[in-house]
Design a protein around this ligand. Sequence first.
Ligand code: ADP
Length: 534
Amino acid sequence: MRGLMQDRQLTIPTLLSRAETNFGHKRVITGGAGETVATWREVAPRVRKLARALTSLNVPPGACVGTFAWNSQRHVELYIGIPSSGRILHTVNHRLHHGQISFIVNDAADDVLFIDRSILPVIWPLVPSFRTVRHIVVMDDGGDMPLPDDPRILDYEELLSAQDDGPFENTVDDENAAASLCYTSGTTGNPKGVLYSHRSVVLHSLLLLGADVFALSERDVVAPIVPMFHVNAWGLPYAAMQCGADLLLPGPIKDAEELVTLLSRYGATFSAAVATVWRDLIPALPGHDLSRLRHIACGGGAVDDALSSTYEKIVGIPLTNAWGMTETSPVVTTARLATHHDGLDAEERRRLIGTPGPAVPLTEIRVVSDDGVEQPRDGRSPGELQTAGATIASAYFGADNGSDSFTADGWLRTGDVATIDQWGYLRIVDRTKDLVKSGGEWISSVALENAVMSDPRVKEAAVIGVSDPRWGERPMACVVPAAGVNLTADDVREHLRDRVASWWIPERIELMNEIPKTATGKWSKQTLRRRFAD
Ligand code: ADP
């Protein structure tokens, strides 16, 4: 017998109607030179006009609409308006190498791009390589690049003011319809797309409100510093709409002093970023009142205890870790103190919440040995971390669907090595995927090795991640010069200059006679990691 409850679809338009109806007075604040404050009552009609504008541009239902934008009110409007009108929001990281950006835009077949004017200088030179883009809508955020004289260029505000307010015309009625798309770095080859559904976005935003997750509520001022082009800013803009929190967005601000001033002035209570950002803000912390901050989320990598203890001393609270991936919406675990931690002293508590913690509702985690056996939950039996749930990808988008990333029973293989203890608390101990995470962004070791080896003066190159006090990890290249060649580290860097993004270029390059090999003749990165760990 079926239950007799209403079969209401979980879709993004319901988030907007909730924010507008119940929290019309709550604010979306955008920092930067042209700081703006708007209420949901003001934002909602703009979202609907945006949806109408997409129709006026003949953007077909189901088409991808790309964004290159900072965390801003306009980006929030795109976050809602694009999926609410049946199109797919495709956020793109403009810091990627231009080859990757072109690949991503073409793979998604983006029909229209929305670009912050301050980011336009990075993207405009790539436009000739975009095969499917018909229009480029510029959002004036104070950037000073003169607008190119090109019929494809449109202005965001002009586009909106040409529309009437009115209900969404062709809104989604299927919660399983695609809502948004984010690419994540593949270990080899090209980035892979993760295609979220309306249902997964709505469920994930609800999960974040949980008292044992981020406990977001109407009283919060939620400040996502994590970029909106990185896993939907961890879903925080949508979560703020669910609970009616004020949303505080840094806009194009990068300066630590300005950012801390913004957090302090608007009384941020919750903020989220990667460790590198929290580290960069330290010099600006003294002298600012951040006493309203009740939760500092630090994800995308491990929390280092010295950093957390600095925050505890200056701001009054330590950093709380969370584990996730682009493939997982992203939050799967977040640290919390449970009753069985009641005996811990302050230092132990700080260390505990600096670890990933247990799985949030609706998601499951397990660790599995190389031969496919699920490991005991004893906190000391490592295996590959696998995860399953309604907010976790079941396949990749695009030609390469990465089927080996999913198990026969449908769990996602994360490429992280972890333990789980008797209480379900996760610890990450290593990574099997060949990626280096620098400042929260991926560097593919394989792509970097190939770029180094495209130099005929190089015989072999292996790239490993080495820990770095500022960036968490940095790539280090171990390079064997071709016979008879006198090669320097600077030669290698010079060769990389136009081939990879500048932040991929390794500071540490070790020239050697041979790369250590495993029994099967593969490079033994484990040996290299052990040798250069410190
Ligand atoms: P995000 O940066 O949002 O976590 P990505 O898909 O870019 O998403 O990266 C996911 C990977 O980052 C994980 O598979 C893991 O290797 C690493 N990672 C994420 N969170 C943590 C954490 N809390 N501790 C250690 N590593 C983490």
